[in-house]
Design a protein around this ligand. Structure first.
Ligand code: 13P
Ligand code: 13P
Ligand code: MG
Ligand code: MG
Ligand code: MG
Ligand code: MG
Ligand code: MG
Length: 377
C-alpha cells in the first residue's frame, strides 16, 4: 500500500506572517534530500508563511521515521529563521524534542493510504490564515451535492456515495471523538455538523463503492495543542480524483464560490477563502488575509510525483479572485470589529477581549443597587 503524507508548519517568515525566505525553504529541502532516501518522492511548497511537505512512501500513516524527517526538516528551517532574524522562528514547533509522531507537537498532518491505481491523479490543498473547518464547505459540495458534482448522478460508483469521517475538534476531555456519516442517507445530519466549522472538521472521506480512502484534511487546532494562541492552524488537504471519485474539476468548482471562513488578522475574523496562483506574489497582504488556498495537481507514478500543475493559475480564477476581494473588502470595511466582522467571542484567538471584560467587571451598576427609593421598604 502506498501512503501520501502532507506535514506542514510555519517556522518563521519574512516581514511578519507573510512568507518564508527562499533560504528557509532550501534548508527544509536539504534535510529531505539528505535524510529522505527511504521516501519514494517528496515535494515542498509554501502558502503564505507556511511550509508544506508532501511525501510518498510505503511505511503507512503515523510512521515514526516519516514524521521525524518532517520534524527535522522544520527544525533546520527554524535554525535559518533564527539566523535571519525572521518573525516567529519555530512558531509551530511547540515541543523541544520529537516524540514518535508530529500529532500533538504543533505541525499539521493529513495522510491517505491506498493501492496506487494505474493512473493516480490527486490534488493537494494548502491554506494559510484559517482553520481546518475551512475545507468543510468545498469538500461537502464536491462529495455530497449533486447540483455541483454531477458525477454523483452520472457515474455509478460515485452515485454509491461517500462516507465522511468528521472530528469533534473541541473534544479533548477523554480522547479524540469522531463520527462516520454516509451520504446520501445521512446528508442532512452531516450538514448539521459541518455548518459549525470551528467545532467539526472533515478528517477523511471514503468511497462507499470501493472502501478506498479518497480525501484527508489536517484537523489539528493549534490553540488546543498549545493551550493558547500561537498562530492559526493553516490546514492542508489531499484529494484523490477521477474514475470512482469526483474529477479535479468537480473538486475545484466549489472554490469559485468561496465561503467566509475564520482566520485573517490575529486568527480572529471572517474572510473569504481566496484561491491563489502559484507565484511568490500571492501573500496574505490585506488585514493578514484574505485566508489563502493553493491547489496543486499531480499524478503518482510508481510512487513518484509528476511535475505539479497549479489549477488556480488559470485565467478563469482571476474573476473569482476579483469577486472574492470585493466581497472581503465590502464585508471587512463595512463591518469593522462589529458582529460577524470578528469571530464569536468564544473563538477569539487572543485573550485581550476577555481581559477587558474582567477589567470592567467592577464598573457595572445594577439598577436595584442604585439609589434605592423610599418606597422600596
Ligand atoms: P499564522 O498562523 O499564519 O502565523 O498567522 C498568525 C496571525 O495571527 C496572523 O494575523
Ligand atoms: P460564524 O460565521 O462563525 O457562524 O459567525 C458569524 C455569525 O455571527 C453567525 O450568525
Ligand atoms: Mg506565522
Ligand atoms: Mg500561516
Ligand atoms: Mg499558522
Ligand atoms: Mg482527455
Ligand atoms: Mg503508473
Amino acid at each position: 500500500m502506498r501512503t501520501v503524507s502532507v506535514i506542514k508548519a510555519d517556522v518563521g517568515s519574512n516581514a511578519g506572517h507573510l512568507r518564508p525566505t527562499p533560504e528557509l525553504v532550501a534548508a527544509v529541502e536539504d534535510v529531505l534530500a539528505d535524510e529522505g532516501a527511504f521516501l519514494d518522492d517528496y515535494f515542498v511548497f509554501t502558502v503564505g508563511d507556511d511550509v508544506d511537505i508532501v511525501m510518498s512512501h510505503t511505511r503507512g500513516e503515523d510512521d515514526d521515521e516519516v514524521h521525524r524527517l518532517a520534524w527535522d526538516a522544520f527544525e533546520a528551517g527554524t535554525e535559518v529563521a533564527k539566523e535571519q532574524g525572521l518573525y516567529g522562528a519555530g512558531q509551530d514547533l511547540l515541543e523541544d524534542a520529537f516524540a514518535g509522531n508530529v500529532r500533538g507537537l504543533g505541525p499539521g498532518v493529513c495522510e491517505l493510504t491506498f493501492e496506487e491505481r494505474e493512473a493516480e491523479p490527486f490534488l493537494v490543498f494548502g491554506a494559510d490564515k484559517t482553520e481546518p473547518g475551512a475545507f468543510n464547505q468545498p469538500l461537502y459540495t464536491a462529495f455530497a451535492d449533486p447540483r455541483y458534482t454531477t458525477g454523483l448522478l452520472l457515474k455509478d460508483t460515485i452515485h454509491e456515495g461517500f462516507t465522511f469521517q468528521v472530528m469533534d475538534l473541541e473534544h479533548t476531555d477523554d480522547g479524540e471523538r469522531r463520527i462516520q456519516l454516509d451520504v446520501p442517507e445521512d446528508g442532512w445530519d452531516l450538514t448539521a455538523l459541518l455548518m459549525e466549522p470551528h467545532r467539526f472538521g472533515i478528517e477523511k472521506i471514503y468511497s462507499r463503492a470501493t472502501g478506498a480512502e479518497v480525501a484527508a484534511v489536517s484537523t489539528q487546532k493549534l490553540r488546543n495543542v498549545a493551550g493558547e494562541y500561537v498562530g492559526k492552524d493553516d490546514p492542508v488537504a489531499l484529494v484523490r480524483t477521477q474514475a470512482d471519485f469526483p474529477s479535479p474539476g468537480e473538486v475545484l468548482q466549489p472554490y469559485a464560490t468561496p465561503p467566509f471562513v475564520a482566520g485573517a488578522m490575529r486568527g480572529s475574523h471572517h474572510g473569504v477563502f481566496y484561491p491563489i496562483e502559484s507565484g511568490a506574489g500571492e501573500i496574505p497582504s490585506y488585514f493578514d488575509g484574505p485566508p489563502l488556498v493553493k491547489a496543486i495537481g499531480m499524478v503518482l507514478n510508481d510512487g513518484e510525483f509528476s511535475e505539479p500543475v497549479y489549477p488556480f493559475d488559470a485565467s478563469f480564477w482571476d474573476s473569482v479572485r476579483e469577486d472574492a476581494a470585493t466581497r472581503f473588502r465590502e464585508f471587512r470595511e463595512r463591518q469593522g470589529a462589529f458582529g460577524p466582522g470578528t469571530v464569536e467571542t468564544s473563538e477569539l484567538e487572543y485573550g485581550g477581549w476577555t481581559d477587558i471584560m474582567a477589567s470592567l467587571e467592577d464598573r457595572w451598576t445594577v439598577a436595584s443597587e442604585q439609589s434605592p427609593s423610599a418606597t422600596d421598604d
